[in-house]
Design a protein around this ligand. Sequence first.
Ligand code: ZN
Length: 231
Amino acid sequence: MSFSADVKKEIRNAAPKKECCLKTAASCFDVRAIEESIMGKCCIKTFLKTAFLEYGSVNDPENSYHLELVTENEQLSALICAFMNDYGMGAKIMLRNGMYVVYIKGAEAIADFLKLTGAANSLMYFENTRIVKEMRGNINRGINCESANIQKKIDAAFKQLESIKYIEKTVGLDYLPDNLRELAELRLKNHEMGLAELGEKLKKKISKSGVNHRMIKIMEIAENLKIKGEM
Ligand SMILES: [Zn+2]
């Protein structure tokens, strides 16, 4: 069964009992009769429930946050919209194929509607799905950040290799001072290695920032050679 059908089943099971509400429910969507029958909040709730059973549908929160009521009666759609907005649901009306579509978007508003209409189990499913979705979103953002960092490291290593190979090709690595030459040779043998790890592999261990400092020097030397080469 769809989420929408679940919600309707729950709403149907909680039929109105009070005299006033029964009148609202029986007003057959005659706008004047509805307005005359409404005695209080209980009747407004009954009206929204009855209208949803007749015209409404709601998307499974797993897919998207959307609830709508579709009717060809403009006045009725305006009334539904107004009552929803009395509860701060931010309902809007749009025209679709000559029909008036009252809709609410946003998880908060839809949860409010489920609460108002007494669809307690559906509300629970809705909120659980929403939490899981948010968590999934957070994890994905985490993964994206991580892969961005990995990409940055790869890009940096590629630039370093380019510089080192340029020096090797033009003047040879012996052109470099010993500490830089050792690092350059190490980088040539270990393309993917991180800076911290490279620092560990040097004869005289140095920190990540120390390695970074030397790498910058190597790249500067390569840049200078390139400029000279172009002159
Ligand atoms: Zn009532």
